[in-house]
Design a protein around this ligand. Sequence first.
Ligand SMILES: Cc1cc2nc3c(=O)[nH]c(=O)nc-3n(C[C@H](O)[C@H](O)[C@H](O)COP(=O)(O)O)c2cc1C
Length: 265
Amino acid sequence: MRHRDAERSRTLLGFPQVRAMHRATLEGPPPGPPRARWLPPRPSRTRPSRTRPTGTCARPCPHRPSPAPACAGALRERRSSFGRFDARREVSAGHLSSVLAACAGTRLAGDTDPSGEHRLARLYVFVNHVAGIGPGAYAYDPDRGDLRAVVTGPQGPFLQENYFLANYNLEQAGAVLVPTVRTTAVLDAVGDRGYRLAVATAGAVAQSFYLAASALGLGAGVALGFDNVSYAERLGLTDGDEAPLLIMALGHERPGPADFRHEIA
Ligand SMILES: Cc1cc2nc3c(=O)[nH]c(=O)nc-3n(C[C@H](O)[C@H](O)[C@H](O)COP(=O)(O)O)c2cc1C
């Protein structure tokens, strides 16, 4: 598709710093073959011992949606839940596992990762109401498909206090997923264009999230209006370079949405 800007403002304001930043991030890859392993290893840190919470998503996902047949319908159905989350129906551990696996499987094609081997995002999940998984914050291990407890106990008040808008009751979501990207390491590795890479990664994970939730008949809502410093503290990330970039709420919705035809709104 070819696009042209259609500018209708009477007065146009330009900001040299913004233009300079756009120019810098649009620069192409450095000359030469793409580096195979361009991201330095994660700094090692002392972690609490691995505890496998009871009934975690430890086994391979039992309900992973087959993407091909589900895709067109799921794309048509996908939408944001906004205030409709309803905790009365718990999310199943299998559904949470499927959505986590879909998010973790997201890859950006491109010269920084031609073989699709680099997992730029890590995933954490705040569990509110998931069958068989106690409330708490967990780190997701995509290779083993299981969860490691970071904080135990109800997370609803933390989630709501650290969300800036009033349109979601995050405690009513079954779980809130949080993708993190090592933004500093990405910028060190590829320069200014790392900003686009980090943000595109978070965006791609958000799209996988919406699509997987839609395929499973679950409500979803991605939000940027949150205090990511508090999230980094809660997830024990302050001594590393992982930055929480989005919060992604997942859960069942209230039944009977008053016949609202969101798809034609
Ligand atoms: C990166 C990102 C950040 C967002 N941040 C917020 C937010 O803070 N609060 C919110 O209510 N919606 C947020 N949204 C959701 C958008 O408002 C929503 O996707 C948009 O209204 C389109 O609606 P639809 O997803 O139902 O098509 C965000 C979406 C994305 C992709």
